[in-house]
Design a protein around this ligand. Structure first.
Ligand code: MLT
Length: 411
């Protein structure tokens, strides 16, 4: 009989967000009149920017015209989009990233998981705790860990705790690690990283031959002019970091699907015979074999983000969600809760009141005021006792949810 990849059996029951959806659906079925407001999964609610829509409509027309019709595109993405990204997102900030180092994809979650294809099985891997669960689960699936303990921590991973005490920024590991996941602005805590902080990691990685996976999916939410948007703003990062970016949260592409990975050509890693290998070549080979690129129509939509009107519209979208985050922060703070993040990030990280566990607070919020958030413990053992509230929703829903929480929930 055929056999399966046993590593999947090590995974905890469900991926966090489907598990939340399961509980919410069960509640909704039992309480059909409940007006549930979802501030759980970080999924955008506001319409696509007009510039992107117009560009996609035009692209559909191109596809109906033999002379402009496109079949398979380049697996790495169209040159016109890669050029715009390299110029606008990197070169304008002094980062020497070339268009050939940009790989367009259908999502950051996919890239974060797929990147493990090109790395070996014996790397020591560090993640923060709490952390975006995709980093952990994809390593479990790839067989890079042992089983999970009672707290849900997988054997073999190095967990770097983040909490209010260290401003939700992990200390450098005391043991040598090879692959390091960093996410700033952070999901789930909403924390940010300064250049000095990232410099410590770049220095560590260069000294230890490690590679940093830098997830910058939320960089558009940075309003503080002193904070870096890309790890490549740190000297030396091109030698030791891969960056993941997305159009999901800045331009509302969660349902449209477009993202990109930056893989510098001079980034090297070791083969098992000790020779040095250019990681770019392996990723290029992987993408050419397993991926056929993002649709022409969607890439034209993403390109429009870089037009003058696209930039203005994206800015407006991001400001809208940041205003939601501000409302959440202010209302919950006034209600006496300890609240973090939500200033340069769309996530607000809340200490649960009265020592409630994360899932108990989740159930209480759902059952008493019909508001959905994300239990902190779903992001790791150190997230226990915390709760994440997403700012991705309409203003009306955010205001209504805050009113229900502050007026009807005994905190
Ligand atoms: C989240 O809620 O953490 C996000 O939806 C993650 C994602 O974009 O996959």
């Amino acid at each position: 009989m055929a056999t399966i990849n046993d590593n999947y059996l090590k995974l905890k029951a469900g991926y966090l967000f489907p598990e939340i959806a399961r509980r919410v659906n069960a509640f909704a079925e039992a309480n059909p009149d409940a007006q549930i407001i979802k501030l759980g999964i970080g999924d955008v609610t506001e319409p696509l920017p007009e510039a992107c829509r117009k560009a996609m409509v035009k692209a559909v027309e191109d596809m109906g015209d033999r002379s402009n019709f496109k079949g398979y595109g380049p697996e790495q993405g169209y040159a016109w989009l890669r050029e715009k990204i390299a110029t606008h997102d990197f070169q304008s900030r002094g980062c020497a990233i070339d268009a050939s180092e940009i790989f367009i994809s259908d999502g950051s979650k996919c890239d974060n998981g797929n990147i493990l294809d090109i790395f070996g099985n014996n790397n020591k891997i560090a993640v923060t705790d709490p952390v975006y669960p995709v980093y952990v689960d994809t390593n479990v699936m790839a067989g890079h860990t042992g089983p999970a303990n009672d707290k849900g921590e997988y054997e073999g991973l190095v967990y770097l705790p983040i909490s209010a005490e260290n401003n939700f920024t992990a200390e450098l590991p005391t043991e040598k690690v090879d692959l390091i996941y960093l996410c700033f602005p952070n999901n789930p805590t909403g924390a940010t990283a300064t250049k000095d902080y990232l410099k410590k990691w770049v220095d560590y990685a260069k000294a230890n031959g490690s590679i940093i996976f830098f997830d910058a999916a939320y960089e558009a939410f940075i309003t503080d002019p002193n904070l870096p948007h890309s790890i490549y703003e740190i000297e030396g990062a091109k030698d030791c970091a891969i960056e993941f970016r997305s159009f999901s949260k800045n331009a509302g592409f969660t349902g449209t699907r477009c993202a990109f990975t930056v893989l510098p050509k001079n980034l090297m890693a070791k083969a098992s015979d000790g020779s040095d290998v250019e990681v770019w070549k392996l990723w290029n080979r992987r993408q050419s074999t397993k991926f056929n690129g993002v649709s022409y129509i969607v890439q034209r939509g993403a390109e429009a983000v870089y037009s003058e009107e696209g930039q203005a519209q994206v800015k407006e979208l991001v400001s809208f969600y940041l205003e939601n985050a501000k409302i959440i922060r202010e209302k919950l703070t006034a209600a006496g809760l300890s609240v973090y993040g939500g200033v340069n990030a769309p996530y607000v990280w809340v200490k649960t009141p009265n020592g409630l566990s994360s899932w108990d607070f989740f159930d209480k919020l759902l059952q008493v005021v019909n508001v959905v958030g994300t239990p902190g413990s779903g992001f790791g053992a150190a997230g226990e006792g915390y709760f994440r509230i997403s700012a991705f929703n309409s203003r009306k829903n955010v205001e209504e949810a805050m009113q229900r929480i502050t007026e009807n929930l005994k905190l």
